[in-house]
Design a protein around this ligand. Structure first.
Ligand code: AMP
Length: 355
């Protein structure tokens, strides 16, 4: 008897693609990575690799010809790329999700339109918009973020008191930004949700996230937080997944205020750094469930059977590895990046403990 194995194309070659490809391999699914960067983390462990720009139609066609399904591992894949590929092969999650998450103005509007509360926000296209918005809100501080291509605190500034409007605006080097009210949050959480072709939706237990220099440093899961907040967070993630007709995995980042309000900050149209702990402490990890969903397989259980603390190894933190190697319950993941630069995620460690 012959068993036909599927081939999954992944646009993007970072660590999320790498861990998705590893999950696919366990399910007998081949992966082909398309990424402009030779030696990228995912290409080192995938079945195939195409080194090409995301707008290179010839390379995209070559990928489509070799794959049964295509997915992506980061949000800045051009919409045109997805639209081009969709003529040849299914691409999941589809462009609706990318569209909603690539531009912070569209993202906040989408969230508010489906009844999800966020920080107050206003569009910003020039320095005067900052002044006008602060006057309208009667406040002296805000966060200004570029509408597109921001991550790990890049492309955002904290505007305070009487800083120069023009100088602040010019420092963002953009023509489109969002002004957000500063949320005095108690803590930050994220909810990862998976939805398959049969519309089954499953959410992972929630993780509490701690940042250092705007970069996720630590996630503790399952979080010890009130049931009402867990239920509300899961409800919001379900709602986004349903509205977007998700096939795959997405992540909703939330602020919990001191008075218990749950405000959405951001949608990541993909697996997320705050969900790496699911590899060791749940039955089917976020990567496995993403692969299952996009490949037409039923979702695995998202239940956790252990407590986990995930710590990112950022830049020189890789020097801590000898210590972790001595620790029985430390699960070490290195992404195969050869140069440890400041702020660069080199790997992560998940410390697992019994409930
Ligand atoms: P983001 O790029 O939107 O995920 O923001 C990165 C981090 O900046 C968040 O995880 C928060 O810690 C902080 N932050 C972003 N937006 C706000 C806000 N409106 N109020 C307070 N803190 C924020």
């Amino acid at each position: 008897m012959k068993v036909k194995s599927q081939t999954l194309g992944i646009l993007g070659g970072g660590q999320l693609g790498r861990m998705s490809a590893l999950a696919a391999a366990r399910l007998g699914i081949k992966t082909i990575i398309l990424c402009p960067e030779k030696g990228c983390p995912a290409s080192l462990i995938s079945t195939g690799f195409i080194e090409a720009d995301y707008l290179d139609k010839e390379a995209l066609k070559q990928l489509a010809d070799q794959c049964d399904i295509i997915t992506y591992e980061f949000e800045n894949i051009p919409l045109k790329t997805i639209e081009f590929l969709q003529d040849f092969v299914p691409v999941y999650p589809d462009h609706k999700l990318l569209e909603a998450s690539q531009n912070r103005l569209k993202e906040k509007k989408f969230l508010n339109d489906i009844g999800i509360e966020t920080a107050p926000w206003a569009p910003c296209h020039k320095a005067d918009d900052i002044k006008a918005t602060l006057e309208e809100w009667q406040t002296r501080e805000c966060i200004i973020k570029t509408a597109r291509f921001g991550y790990d605190g890049k492309g955002q500034i904290f505007y305070k008191d009487n800083s120069d409007y023009l100088e602040s605006w010019n420092s963002l080097r953009t023509d489109e930004a969002i002004i957000e009210g500063v949320i005095d949050f108690d803590y930050e959480i994220s909810v990862i949700v998976a939805r398959d072709e049969k519309k089954t939706v499953k959410t992972y237990p929630i993780g509490i996230n701690e940042h250092k220099n705007h970069i996720l440093w630590k996630t503790t899961a399952p979080a010890h937080i009130p049931d009402e907040i867990q239920n509300e967070a899961a409800r919001l993630a379900h709602l986004v997944a349903e509205k977007i007709e998700l096939i795959g995995v997405l992540t909703l980042e939330l602020f919990i205020t001191k008075d218990g309000r749950v405000l959405a900050n951001e949608i990541a149209p993909r697996t997320h750094n705050s969900g790496h702990w699911t590899i060791e402490a749940t039955h089917a990890s976020q990567f496995e469930n993403h692969v299952r969903a996009v490949c037409g397989l039923p979702l695995g259980s998202t239940d956790a059977f252990a407590k986990a603390t995930m710590i990112n190894l950022i830049g020189d933190d890789v020097n801590d590895i000898p210590g972790y190697l001595e620790q029985d319950n430390a699960h070490i993941h290195l992404y195969g990046k050869e140069e440890a630069r400041d702020g660069r995620k080199m790997g992560h460690v998940t410390i697992v403990e019994k409930f």
